[in-house]
Design a protein around this ligand. Structure first.
Ligand code: PMP
Length: 407
């Protein structure tokens, strides 16, 4: 039988990729061939890494490694099923109990990632009769969670509590379908915004929500292990225990492993087990992951000096960058953006830093606005003074070379 030659139906991808490259928006992957850490081998070169979310250096902490190895020996490599079928192991339940104690909530349910925690919880608890009110700069996983929900949504300008109050007042006055009061109004915010490093104005958000009978959900992906006592997060940082209905966290950043969780009431946990789609339809974390996460929470509690070191490094690095003449935006946390403007400059800046032995990634459109390209840095508790000094020297010389600072 003669075969006919078909045109490649995916040829448009080549054109779209070429366009991304033309606009300096194409992001090649850099490959790490060492363990994650403050110094890592990336694309075959040993560099100081300012790119990971490994705030406390737990990705390679001896206690986490040991916990993972022990779990593999005792329980094997995989969990073998979704939680509701045969994939709930005692380690998952132990981790959730430990996290609930840590967060000071009635209950916790873990997910495979922070991303799936958000896309699991939002559509589970909201529907047509509800309203979601979301910060304009919330994380992609919150946005996707809202897209999966049948609830209408309104966006308030980033961190603007006055605008949030107006939206809530309007929602209360107008009501939902057929003018009936909403069953639930859910205000959702990141605790720490991952591209700018600013902290959500949570006290104002909680007060506004309480005034209008709304519930608050905070995504503490970048606050877990960073803000609050022993890294309990933004609710603890602001002393708002009991006033935030839902706290989402990730086990993939300061915890150093992989996963996400939802902390809140027992009823919330029970309903997520019945309905949250990533929980119901995707396999649970392998034993090594759950065991290492459990050990990480114990490290948070038993080695508070790691968080002290994280903040000391953060203060030093930020103030030195500013002294060198860089614009570090509105950051208040270890996420420190170095604003450079357009994406071509951001790419060049990052490449030149890499040549100088420093791995700091550019963040460009669509992750941030077209003219807000930046180098995003995160220092960790594991960086030594000497590593920070070498990084600052590289920033200084590349900044001058590209005319971003006068030195
Ligand atoms: N929420 C926020 C605010 C985040 O920054 C991230 C990670 N970039 C996530 C959720 C997703 O977390 P994970 O990597 O565990 O899926």
């Amino acid at each position: 039988m003669a075969t006919t030659r078909h045109e490649n139906p995916l040829a448009f991808l080549d054109e779209e990729l070429a366009e991304l490259r033309r606009q300096n928006l194409y992001r090649p992957l850099r490959v790490m061939s060492s363990a994650q850490g403050p110094v890592a081998t990336v694309d075959g070169r040993e560099v100081i890494s300012l790119s990971s979310n490994d705030y406390l250096g737990l990705t390679h902490h001896p206690r986490l490694r040991q916990a993972a190895l022990d779990a593999v020996r005792q329980f094997g490599a995989g969990s073998g099923a979704v939680r509701t079928i045969a994939g709930t192991m005692s380690l998952h339940e132990e981790l959730e109990d430990e996290l609930a104690r840590f967060k000071g909530t009635e209950a916790v349910l873990t997910f495979q990632s922070g991303f799936t925690a958000n896309t699991g919880v939002i559509p589970t608890i909201t529907g047509e009769a509800d309203l979601i009110v979301s910060d304009g700069l919330n994380h992609a996983s919150i946005i996707d969670g809202m897209r999966l929900s049948k609830a209408p949504r309104v966006i308030y300008p980033h961190a603007d509590v006055g605008a949030l109050r107006e939206k809530l007042a309007e929602a209360r006055a107008k009501g939902g379908a057929e003018g009936k009061p909403h069953r639930l109004i859910l205000v959702v915010t990141d605790g720490v915004f991952s591209m700018d490093g600013d902290i959500a104005p949570l006290p104002g958000i909680v007060e506004a929500a309480e005034e209008f009978g709304a519930a608050v959900m905070v995504d503490d992906a970048h606050a877990s292990g960073v803000l609050g006592k022993n890294g309990r997060g933004s609710v603890d940082h602001f002393g708002l225990h009991g006033r935030v209905a839902i706290q989402v966290g990730t086990l993939s950043k300061a915890v150093g492993v992989l996963g996400g969780y939802v902390a809140g009431s027992q009823a919330l946990r029970d309903m997520l087990i019945q309905r949250a789609r990533p929980f119901l339809f995707s396999t649970s974390a392998p034993p090594a992951v759950a065991a290492a996460c459990l050990e990480a929470i114990r490290v948070f509690l038993e080695e508070p000096e790691l968080i002290d070191r994280l903040w000391a490094n953060t203060r030093r690095f930020k103030s030195e960058l500013r002294r060198l003449g860089f614009d570090t935006g509105v950051s208040e946390t270890p996420i420190t953006p170095v604003m450079v403007g357009d994406s071509a400059t951001a790419q060049r800046f990052s490449n030149r830093l890499f040549d100088a032995g420093v791995f700091a990634q550019p963040v460009v459109y669509p992750t941030v606005a077209l003219d807000k390209a930046r180098i995003r840095t995160i220092v960790s508790a594991a960086h030594s003074d000497e590593m920070l000094d070498r990084s600052l020297t590289a920033f200084d010389s590349v900044g001058r070379e590209l005319g971003l600072t006068t030195g």
